[in-house]
Design a protein around this ligand. Structure first.
Ligand code: FCB
Length: 443
């Protein structure tokens, strides 16, 4: 597929400028205590993804990358949280906390394990999950692609292939035919901008070299010329990857809409709270590189999913370390709850779209930090809403402590702990704090 990127950018840039003029000014409510309750019908959710929780996702590209040698994954995902079997328990937890929304992903590699070969049984499995949400009064928010793709897809150049948008759309259409009438909100792609964000962060050269070696090993293992995944791709390929992901989003959205035109469809973007220290120039360049094309591409979407975890302070020569006195999690990362409200304001101002926070959370082994983080982040979100940003929902990452990609099972984002041997789920106190907010629809 050939995309005239310059024409695309010029045209959509003009559309964006028009929309920016039409977007009502957002009042300055920073620092003010938010007022009152969240709107009726506000979505309060928890999120997971298939590969990170289901376990034994063996036909996926990521399973292979975890298990080839060398690999940048510190450990393989193995059984994950066994949610492929235990999904009903997961839904019970979401309902029992008092939430009304569950975001999860369907696994392309299970649904289409070989090119063009679609599994009715796997579609039925996800149908049961969607119906299971409805039975419990939960709105199912379904991600059609949360990074992982079928192994055959990534062994055929993955998102670097010109065929990738069409292949993705074919999968979306099949899945939508079986699932769309039960879904509440659909997203095509999860964080399609994540590799650009990582590139902007200047990942160390040895890590990039290790990723390259892993992709070569995966190509060798599959007899492929090249192997490339959504969240594991070489830096020189990122422009091509983005061009195809942009086309895939449009094609996937059209495919889903062709089945059910009234289903709200969007995508989820990884957005940091980018704070300029000194001049705005570097900050704006970063925004343009990491989000620009995506903020233009969502023009026809029904909403935009914002996924925010942190802020970045950006000086004249790039990212700056957090202030010395900043509170930190156990891993030494800054805890900065206002980043959520700031990210949401930025994205809405740039697109004019309604926002759903499809991920926000904290990696910590100290659950008291999470219990404090959630209301603090929601204060910033509510201030943004009080200022006029149309936010439809907040979905916390994550329901479960799960498989955090290259970091394995070390990070702890869950509202619920999972025993790695028995898969027993144990809610943490922060789940009760969050659930109480959701039940009263107010912080
Ligand atoms: C996001 C991913 C999600 C999870 C969180 C911590 O970038 O979408 O799968 O890894 O980060």
């Amino acid at each position: 597929m050939t995309i005239d990127r310059r024409a695309f950018i010029t045209a959509s840039g003009a559309a964006l400028a028009t929309r920016a003029l039409a977007t009502p000014a957002i009042a300055a409510t920073h620092g003010k205590r938010p007022q009152g309750r969240f709107p009726n019908g506000f979505l309060w959710g928890a999120a997971t993804s298939g590969h990170q929780t289901e376990g034994n996702d063996t036909a996926s590209d990521t399973w292979l990358l975890e298990n080839v040698k060398p690999s940048v994954f510190v450990e393989p995902s193995r059984d994950a949280c066994d949610s492929f079997e235990l999904w009903a328990k997961d839904l019970d937890l979401v309902r029992d906390f008092g939430l009304n929304t569950y975001r999860f992903s369907i696994e392309w590699s299970r649904i289409e394990p070989e090119p063009g070969l679609f599994s009715q049984a796997m579609l039925d499995h996800y149908r049961r999950m969607i119906d299971g949400c409805r039975d419990r009064g939960l709105t199912p928010m379904v991600t059609f692609n949360h990074f992982t793709c079928p192994r055959w897809f990534s062994a055929n150049d993955g998102w670097l292939s010109e065929k990738s948008p069409v292949l993705f759309a074919r999968y979306c259409e099949h899945a939508a035919r079986r699932l769309a009438d039960g879904i509440g909100y659909a997203t095509t792609l999860n964080e399609p901008n994540v590799m650009r964000l990582l590139k902007w962060m200047n990942l160390p050269a040895p890590l990039l070299a290790a990723q390259r070696a892993m992709l070569i090993a995966a190509a060798r293992a599959t007899g492929a010329v090249a192997f490339s995944a959504a969240n594991a791709a070489n830096v020189e390929d990122l422009d091509r990857q983005m061009a195809h992901l942009l086309a895939a989003h449009a094609a996937g959205r059209a495919a889903i809409k062709s089945v059910r035109p009234d289903l709200p469809v969007g995508l989820s973007l990884a957005v940091q709270d980018d704070q300029a220290v000194g001049s705005d120039v570097e900050r704006d360049a970063k925004r343009d590189y990491c989000y620009g094309a995506w903020l233009r591409a969502v023009a026809h979407d029904d909403f935009i999913g914002v996924q925010n975890y942190d802020r970045t302070r950006i000086g004249p020569s790039g990212p700056l370390p957090p202030p010395a006195a900043a509170p930190r999690n156990g891993m030494g990362q800054e805890i900065y709850p206002p980043s959520l409200g700031d990210a949401v304001r930025y994205v809405h101002a740039a697109t004019g779209l309604a926002v759903i926070v499809t991920e926000n959370g904290l990696d910590t082994t100290d659950d008291a930090q999470r219990a404090a983080y959630i209301p603090a982040a929601l204060e910033g979100l509510k201030s943004a809403m009080d200022a006029g940003v149309p936010v439809r929902g907040y979905v916390h990452w994550s329901l479960l402590d799960n498989f955090e990609w290259v970091f394995g099972y070390g990070p702890k984002y869950g509202l619920v702990a999972v025993d790695r041997q028995t898969f027993r789920r144990t809610p943490k106190p922060s789940a009760a704090v969050y659930g109480a907010i959701a039940r009263r629809n107010a912080i």
